[in-house]
Design a protein around this ligand. Sequence first.
Ligand code: FNR
Ligand code: LAC
Length: 342
Amino acid sequence: MPPGPHGYFAGGAGDEITLRDNVAAWQRLALRPRVMVDCTVCDPSTTVFGRPHRHPVIVAPTAFHALATEEGEAATARAAGATDTPFCLSTLSTTGVVELAARAPEAKRWFQLYVFRDRGVTREVVAAAVDHGYEALVLTVDVPVFGTRERDMRSGFALDENMPIPNLAAAGARGTLSLKDVGALIDPSLTWDAVGLLAADSGLPVLVKGVLTPEDARRALDSGAAGIVVSNHGGRQLDTVLSGADALPAVVDQVGDQLDVLVDGGIRRGTDVVKALALGARAVLVGRPVLWGLAVGGEEGVRRVLELLLADLGIALTLAGAPRAAELDRSWVQRAPWAGAD
Ligand code: FNR
Ligand code: LAC
């Protein structure tokens, strides 16, 4: 990839402390495997919103897939569909909501929402998602403004005016766009009442993405959310916040019996997924690995990334003595001795 788009995909906010810790935090947990368990059948399945999923991996919403491959989000969604992985389309996609549904009809699709200042545009895009079979809305709540992305400042990263970004065009964006221009279209006045309104308007389950504290988890529950994604946006927003791995347990303790809690950030290995499930997550979202697969090999590349992760998950579950993923609990993890003193 050219350095500008590569830095945009790879980078985080500030000193990238949270970006690095997202990966490191899973590695600070040690597994406590059980042996002599009948592992003839491995069943990684889970339920999200009461619906069965063949496995707990979901493609995280990420913007601008045409930066990685000409086909854009259709390639990613098809690869997701081929591996029974739900695909979450970003509001900032380079393929529209309706077009993606037509080009990847097999994929289980979710839609991630950024609420624009122009609420008319938001209403229309949500209505299109509802009409075209998207199964859930993921309301991202950690972007009242974009974080300080110094890689993008150094590279002068901007979106070429020839790259289609349908929802931004509808929201009035024109010409070459910096991330600041994009951010200016997003409504920074959003508060918790938006969750219930969105659920009522759409009739779809609403997941609140970007919660890191039990306080906010409780507010999400009280606001009518169906679930939460414990997430720091891949370390791209507020630097030095907790990783998903470290924020997850307290959120599960607060609302886990009433809401589906998902987690993302730094999930790279089957063992990371096992740890997330053991800590109480129902599913995990994966961001950058999918983008790298897309950049290297388009649809085939994404498929390969997902297949590798799912195969690794099967081995990890089996070797952990938890062939049925639903049986994992916190007794499967402990703080690792190599994690160092607090
Ligand atoms: C993102 N993420 C994101 N989230 C969101 O809700 N809407 C979006 O449009 C985007 N766009 C986006 C672009 C890029 C390039 C990245 C890397 C991330 C955040 C994403 O959904 C997810 O929270 C993180 O990427 C998860 O961390 P990992 O798996 O990338 O470590
Ligand atoms: C990002 C946005 C688009 O993290 O969510 O770049």
